[in-house]
Design a protein around this ligand. Structure first.
Ligand code: ADP
Length: 585
C-alpha cells in the first residue's frame, strides 16, 4: 500500500460531483455512512493503480511518484477512468471494467449461465452485451424433449427480469445490450420488442446489419433468413420492407438501434480468436465473447490555452499537455487490467490475452465553446479529426512504449498488428458516453453537443440537479447580457436559437443538441470514428416532429459515412427521458 503523502492538494470538486460520488462511489461503513472524501477516493484509486507498476522492473516510474501523478490528473479533472474503477479500485471487490460481452449459446444451460455471469458483472457495476443470434428460432424443434423452442425474444425477457432484480451491491442498476442478426428468423419479433413503452427497460436493443442486407435494401431485393441451429434457410423477407419497419420502430421509441457487424469485424484486431457478435450496452465497445474492456476519458475542455487569440483554433489547443496526459492515461488503463479482479476466470484469461483499453474524450462541446467554434461547423469537424488522430497516434505510441517495458499483448503475434512494432494493447481508443464521469469532471459529456444551455438533470434514483452552462454564463457576462430573467427563459426552452435579440456570434457558438441537424450529429460521430480503434458512443438527437424519412436517411447515411452503428433519439418519444428541458430551478 502506497502511503498518502501529507502535502497532497485536496480534490476540489463541484456540489454536483459530490452528490454523485457520495451516493454510489464513496466507501461506506455497515450503517451506510460515507467513510471517504473525494480526496480519499482519488488517492485510493491512484495508489491502487500505481501499485501495479511494481511488477514491471523496466518501468521508468517509481510507484509513489506515479500515484501522485495519477492523483493529480484525476483531481485536476484532466482524466477519469470509468465508474467501476472509481468505485472498486483498492477495494475487496476490485472489478474495474465497465464493458463486458458474454456469449449466449443455444442450450438452456448456456443461456442460464449467461444470466448468472451477467448478474455477477452487474453486481460490480459493469455493463453486459449479448448477441442472441445463436439461439434457435421460435417454434423450431428441441431435440432432447421433442418440444418447440421459445426463441431469442422470450429468453431476452428473462435476462431483463434478472437484471431488474439485481439491485446492485452498492453500485448501479445493470445496463445491457441485446443484439440480433438481421437474418435471424425471429428478427421481426425482435424489431418490435420495445414497441410498448416499459418493455425490456434494462436493455438497449440493436439489430446487426450485414453488408449483404444493406445492398439488398438498396436494390429492393429479398434476403434469406437462416436458422442458427441447423444453418438452413428459413424463408425470405424483403430487405426494404424490414428496413422500413426497423426505421419506423426507431422513430417510435429510439429502439432498435443498428450496428454494422461486417464493419466491426473488419476492424477486429484479433480475428483468429473469433468473431465479434456484440458490443457493450452503449455501443462504443465491440468485444469478443467473454472479453471485457476498461475505459477512461480525457477532458478536452482542460486543453484550451486561455486568451490565445488566433484565427487558427488548433493553435489554442495545448498539444504538449495533451500528449503528456494521453501517455499517462494509457499507462493508467493498462495497469487497471492488472489490478482488476474479474468475476470469471474465463473473462480474466481473455482480457489478459488482448489487453484492450478504451481511451476517449469528454468535454468536447465545452472545448468548442471555449474556442468559439460552432459544433455544426466544418472547422469543428476538422478539429475533431485532428484531436482524435492525435489521441490515437499518441495512444498507440504510449502502448508501444509499454510493450517495450512489459511485453506485447499475448495475442499480438496473431493480431492484425503483427508486422509492426509490438503493442501492449489490442485496442487503445474508444469514445464512451461518460454519463457519470462528465458530472464528476464538470464538463460536457463525451463528444456530444450540450443538451441545453440551462437545464434540470435527473440522476440516479430520481435525484435532481440544475445547471447553467458555465461557458454560456461567462460569454453573456462578458457582453453584459446576463440576467436572471434571461436564464429563466433559457431554462424553459434550453436553447437560444430563437432569441434574436442576442448577438449572432453567441447564437452561433452556443448551439445545443436540438439546434443541430441530424446530419451534423452524424458527421461528428463519423469524424471521431475515423480515428477510434473501437467505436463512438453518440446519439443523433432529433426534434419531436422529425419524420420516419429523417430516420431512414440517418440510418443510411451512418452506413455511407463509415460509422459502426447509430442510435437515434426523437425528443419526447419516451416519458422518462433523463434530461428534461423546461424544468425550472
Ligand atoms: P461512466 O460515466 O459511469 O463511467 P459511461 O456513461 O461512460 O459510464 O458508460 C460506459 C459504459 O459503462 C457503458 O457503455 C456500459 O458498458 C457501462 N455502464 C454505464 N452505465 C451502466 C449501468 N448503469 N450499469 C452497468 N453498466 C453501465
Amino acid at each position: 500500500m502506497i502511503q498518502k503523502p501529507k502535502n497532497l492538494a485536496p480534490a476540489n470538486i463541484s456540489e454536483n460531483a459530490e452528490l454523485v460520488l457520495s451516493k454510489r462511489y464513496y466507501r461506506k461503513d455497515s450503517d451506510g455512512n460515507c467513510i471517504e472524501t473525494a480526496s480519499d477516493l482519488f488517492w485510493r484509486v491512484a495508489s491502487a493503480i500505481a501499485e501495479e507498476e511494481k511488477k514491471y522492473a523496466k518501468s521508468n516510474y517509481q510507484p509513489e511518484e506515479l500515484a501522485e501523478k495519477f492523483y493529480s490528473v484525476m483531481t485536476n479533472g484532466y482524466f477519469l477512468p470509468n465508474s467501476p474503477t472509481l468505485m472498486n479500485a483498492g477495494s475487496p471487490l476490485g472489478q474495474l471494467s465497465a464493458c463486458f460481452v458474454l456469449p449466449v449459446g443455444d442450450s438452456i444451460e448456456e443461456i442460464f449461465d449467461a444470466i448468472k455471469y451477467a448478474a455477477m458483472i452487474h453486481k460490480s457495476g459493469g455493463g453486459t452485451g449479448f448477441s442472441f443470434s445463436n439461439i434457435r428460432s421460435k417454434d423450431s424443434r428441441v431435440g432432447t424433449t421433442g418440444g418447440v423452442a421459445s426463441g431469442p425474444v422470450s429468453f431476452l425477457r428473462i435476462f431483463n427480469t434478472a437484471t431488474e432484480q439485481i439491485k446492485q451491491g452498492g453500485t448501479r442498476r445493470g445496463a445491457n445490450m441485446g443484439i440480433l442478426r438481421i437474418d435471424h428468423p425471429d428478427i421481426m419479433e425482435f424489431i418490435r420488442a420495445k414497441e410498448q413503452e416499459g418493455e425490456f427497460v434494462n436493455f438497449n436493443l440493436s439489430v446487426a446489419l450485414t453488408e449483404k442486407f444493406m445492398e439488398a435494401v438498396e436494390k429492393g431485393e429479398d434476403y434469406d433468413l437462416i436458422d442458427p441451429h441447423s444453418g438452413a434457410a428459413r424463408g425470405t423477407l424483403n430487405a426494404k420492407e424490414v428496413f422500413d419497419i426497423l426505421v419506423n420502430k426507431a422513430w417510435i421509441s429510439g429502439d432498435p438501434g443498428i450496428v454494422f457487424l461486417d464493419r466491426i469485424n473488419r476492424d477486429n484486431p484479433t480475428p483468429q480468436q473469433g468473431e465479434m457478435q456484440s458490443t457493450n450496452p452503449c455501443g462504443e465497445q465491440p468485444l469478443l465473447p467473454y472479453e471485457a474492456c476498461n475505459l477512461g476519458s480525457i477532458n478536452l475542455s482542460k486543453f484550451v490555452i486561455p486568451n490565445k487569440t488566433s484565427d487558427n483554433k488548433e493553435e489554442a489547443v495545448d498539444w504538449d499537455s495533451l500528449k503528456e496526459i494521453i501517455h499517462l492515461s494509457v499507462r493508467f488503463l493498462d495497469n487497471v487490467i492488472d489490478a482488476s479482479k474479474f468475476p470469471l476466470e474465463k473473462i480474466a484469461e481473455k482480457v489478459r490475452t488482448n489487453r484492450k483499453i478504451g481511451l476517449g474524450v469528454m468535454g468536447f462541446a465545452d472545448m468548442l465553446f471555449a474556442l468559439e467554434l460552432p459544433y455544426n461547423s466544418e472547422e469543428a469537424l476538422q478539429l475533431a479529426e485532428k484531436i482524435m488522430e492525435f489521441i490515437q497516434t499518441e495512444g498507440h505510441n504510449a502502448s508501444r512504449q509499454l510493450a517495450e517495458e512489459r511485453g506485447a499483448f499475448p495475442a499480438f503475434s496473431e493480431s492484425i498488428y503483427k508486422d509492426g512494432k509490438p503493442l501492449r494493447n489490442a485496442t487503445v481508443t474508444t469514445i464512451a458516453p461518460t454519463g457519470t464521469l462528465s458530472i464528476i469532471a464538470g464538463c460536457s459529456s463525451g463528444v456530444e453537443p450540450i443538451f441545453a444551455l440551462a437545464f434540470a438533470r435527473h440522476v440516479m434514483d430520481g435525484e435532481r440537479l440544475v445547471e447553467v452552462n458555465p461557458y454560456f454564463e461567462n460569454a453573456l457576462k462578458s457582453c453584459d447580457l446576463y440576467t436572471n430573467e434571461l436564464m429563466d427563459a433559457v431554462t424553459n426552452v434550453g436553447s437560444i436559437a430563437s432569441f434574436d435579440f442576442l448577438p449572432q456570434h453567441i447564437r452561433d457558438t452556443f448551439v445545443t443538441a436540438m439546434d443541430i441537424s441530424a446530419e451534423a450529429h452524424l458527421r461528428m460521430q463519423a469524424a471521431f470514428q475515423k480515428y477510434t480503434d473501437n467505436a463512438v458512443s453518440k446519439t443523433v438527437n432529433l426534434p419531436n416532429n422529425a419524420t420516419i424519412q429523417d430516420i431512414d436517411r440517418i440510418y443510411r447515411l451512418a452506413y455511407t459515412l463509415g460509422c459502426k452503428g447509430v442510435t437515434v433519439y426523437r425528443d419526447g418519444c419516451k416519458s422518462g427521458q433523463v434530461l428534461n428541458i423546461g424544468s425550472k430551478k
